[in-house]
Each structure stands twice: as C-alpha cells, then as structure tokens.
Design a protein around this ligand. Structure first.
Ligand SMILES: NC(=O)c1ccc[n+]([C@@H]2O[C@H](COP(=O)([O-])OP(=O)(O)OC[C@H]3O[C@@H](n4cnc5c(N)ncnc54)[C@H](OP(=O)(O)O)[C@@H]3O)[C@@H](O)[C@H]2O)c1
Length: 406
C-alpha cells in the first residue's frame, strides 16, 4: 500500500483501535438469502503472533471463554491478553476457517472437542468447559450470535458496537434476561488508565465547570469495496466510521460529561463514485447540547488523515487527550492557566486483561458490570439520533434515556 493511504503497519504501530484491521483487503462480506449478513470464514489476518507454548488456565475457578470469530482484533489484541487475566482463559474457539481453527486451537491448547465451526455452534450448549463466549465477529452479526450464545446457556462479552440498531440491542438484553446470563459490551476504555483518570479528573471538575467537548476519530481507509471488506458493507458495518471508530468519541463525550445530550444536530457525507463509500458514510459529524449547558462536537471519518483526539474544556482549564483511546501510547495533559500537568497514570495495555477479569468477576461473583448491554443500547439510540438528524436536516430532541422525543 503506497501513497497517502495509511498503511496497516502504521495503524498497528499507532494502535489505531478499530482502524487497524479496517484496511484489510481480503475478507469478503456475505449476505444471506433473506438479505441479512451471514458468517463466513476468513483467512488468517496479517501479523498474528501465536503463542509458542499454550497458556495455562491459571486458577481453578477461571472462567472458560470461547472466542467467536478469529479475526485481527481477537487474535492480535484480545486473545494474547487472556494470559494476563487472572480469572478467565480461552477454552473454546468458533471459526469458519478450519485451517485457522486448527492452528489457533493448537497454539492456545484448546482441545479438539472445544473447537467449533459456525454450523456446529449450538453443540457448545453441552460443553461444561465453556461458560462464556467473546463475540469478535463483524458488528452486523453481534445480535444474532449473542442470542444464539444465550440460547446455549453461555454468558456473553460482545465487541463494540453492541449491534447496528437499538432494536437489536433490546433483543440482546431480553435474551440475556431470559437466559439469566451476563451481557457485557467490550468498551475497553472503561478499563484503560488514561481514560479512567480522565473520568476522575472531570468528576472532580479539575478543569472547572465543563463547557465544551470535542472528539475526532479519523483515518484514511485504503482502496476497498463492500464485497471485499465488511467495514464498508452496510449490512455488517451500519453507517461506517461512527459505529466503528467514532463510537470512542461518543463514549468519551458521555463519560467525561457525565450527562446525556438533550439535543443532537448532525451531518453525514458520502462521496459519489468512490467504492469505499458505496454503502457507508465517509464522515459523520454531530453537535450535542447537554442539560448543564455544555456542548459537544464529534467528528469521525474514514477519509481524513489520522487523528484520535478528545478534549474537554471547562471554565478554568482543559483536559487534552491525543491519542486518546489507543491500545497503548495514549497522552493526557491538563492545562489550567499557565500550568500544564502531564499525566502518566499507567500502561494502557492493561485495559484488555482488566476488561476480561471484570467480565469474569461478574460471571463468577455476580458483581455489577461497568459496561452492560444497557450502555450499548443507550449508545445505539444516540447513533440513531445522529443519523435521524442528518437525514432530516433537523435537530433531534432526546429523552434522558436517549430515545427521541416525539
Ligand atoms: N475494542 C476494540 O478496540 C476493537 C478493535 C477492532 C475491532 N473491534 C470489533 O471487533 C469486531 C471484529 O473486528 P476485527 O477488526 O477483528 O475484524 P476482522 O479482522 O475482519 O475479523 C472478523 C472475523 O469474523 C469472522 N467472520 C464471520 N463472518 C464474517 C463475514 N461475513 N465477514 C467477515 N468476517 C467474518 C472471521 O473469523 P473466522 O475466519 O474465524 O470465521 C473474521 O476473521 C468488530 O465488531 C469490531 O468493531 C473492536
């Protein structure tokens, strides 16, 4: 990949979150006969470093988790971090690529009886070694596979975005309640030291009373089309950059303000003649007003130079984060008057193991989940409000739970 397209390697270096795998040019997105998305095995992603010796489960009460979808994020980020988690281990695998399933299964020491194709998935119900699943499939498949996992009696850790509509999220929450099993959304920043410190500082009003928030999550996606890359396929990715990358800015605006917006005005742009944007938007921008009088501006793009920034400005100072939500290498500064304080609250890579342990604790001890399905639902309601405003050209007024005022 040359020219001004950002390279996959560069994205991995900067820990560009969801962006990293998005330049994948293999990987076909598939549609079922009814038009809904279907699972389809994919090649081994680039840059995967499988363990040389299988990790040990650790504690005897460690929660056995089956990973569904052996893609770039699962293999490069989450699965290696199970080794640092104290209360969960990789106990099963579900994949549509039999060769990859064998290679990954052997490397992680997953017994053959705990390796499943998508067609065999429902057999997982009778496997006592697997108590929970981690869903790392394309976003348009999260709802159906969460429901199938609950039907099989397993707890679910589901990747972000929770789903592509609030109706899907409601189905997932109802399935969790019916099965009496836990549902957690993998919003890793709630376990990441910089973002946790930022939440604490904003709660203490370290920058004074909050007035403005600005977030931008952007990168330039390489040439691809909906048939080659699920991230530009509407059935698998929704509107595109907002659900994938901009959701980090949306989350930050909520956890730094501690408020829900009461109104949203938004704009989207989709250039014609560019196969990347045949089905999804290139950019999504929105303006929010909070009940306190603070306002937020959020932008996200698949066609703008790389940026992952969040800033929160109060009456007496500003909290500046750039990069704000990466896997590692985040930066955070608090400016107040002539004072400039840099924070180094810890190594960002702990976020993965902490998130896994938080889920395992909820499964094992029944502790409350910091990022439950209700949070994913709230966020999908806001995403729907953003698209509704962009569609109609009107400001959308919201109830405190994110539903639209009629
Ligand atoms: N929390 C984060 O920071 C973060 C970062 C990146 C991604 N994510 C989320 O993780 C999920 C997966 O993203 P990814 O980047 O890992 O994607 P990816 O590399 O494309 O992997 C997706 C995997 O899903 C399986 N799959 C099943 N049906 C598929 C279909 N029709 N099209 C494509 N893949 C299909 C394939 O695994 P098999 O070959 O094994 O069947 C594929 O390798 C998404 O929900 C994404 O939003 C989260």
């Amino acid at each position: 990949m040359t020219g001004n397209w950002i390279s996959r390697r560069r994205l991995m270096e900067i820990g560009g979150g969801a962006a990293a795998a998005a330049v994948m040019l293999s990987g076909r997105a598939a549609l079922g006969q009814a038009g809904g998305p279907i699972v389809e095995g994919q090649p081994m992603p680039d840059g995967v470093d499988l363990p040389e010796t299988p990790p040990s489960p650790g504690r005897s009460d460690s929660v056995g988790v089956a990973v569904i979808g052996l893609g770039g994020f699962a293999l490069n980020q989450m699965m290696p971090r199970f080794d640092q988690a104290k209360r969960a281990h990789v106990a099963g695998l579900v994949s549509g690529n039999p060769d990859k399933l064998k290679r990954v299964g052997d490397a992680y020491g997953v017994p053959t009886k705990s390796r499943y194709s998508y067609d065999e998935f429902d057999e997982i119900a009778s496997n006592p070694d697997i108590e929970a699943v981690y869903i790392a499939l394309p976003s348009g498949l999260h709802a159906d596979w969460t429901e199938r996992a609950f039907a099989a009696g397993k707890h679910v850790l589901c990747e972000k975005p929770m789903a592509l509509s609030s109706a899907e999220c409601e189905r997932m929450i109802a399935a969790s309640q019916r099965a009496n099993r836990k549902l957690m959304i993998a919003y890793r920043c709630h376990f990441e030291p910089y973002n946790m410190k930022a939440m604490e500082l904003m709660k203490q009003q370290a920058a004074g009373q909050l007035r403005t928030i600005r977030t931008e999550q952007s990168y330039r996606m390489g040439p691809t089309s909906p048939s080659e890359n699920w991230r530009v396929n509407r059935a698998l990715a929704g509107g595109g950059p907002l659900e994938d990358y901009g959701i980090y800015g949306l989350q930050a605006a909520l956890y730094l303000s501690g408020e829900m917006p009461e109104s949203i005005t938004a704009a989207t742009f989709r250039p014609s003649g560019d196969p990347r944007f045949a089905e999804i938007f290139a950019h999504v921008a929105s303006q929010w007003r909070f009940p306190s009088g603070a306002v937020a501006q959020l932008a996200t793009s698949y066609d703008a130079a790389n940026l992952n920034a969040v800033s929160a400005r109060g009456r007496t100072g500003a909290l500046l984060m750039q990069p704000a939500t990466n896997y590692s290498g985040n930066n955070m500064v608090l400016e107040t008057g002539n004072d400039r304080q840099e924070f180094t609250p810890g190594n960002s890579t702990v976020q993965f193991a902490r998130q896994i342990d938080h889920f395992a604790e909820a499964v094992r001890d029944g502790t409350p989940i910091r990022t439950p399905g209700e949070m994913g639902l709230r966020d999908l309601r806001l995403i729907e409000a953003i698209y509704a405003s962009a569609d109609t050209g009107r400001t959308v007024m919201l109830n405190p739970d994110g539903t639209r005022k009629s």
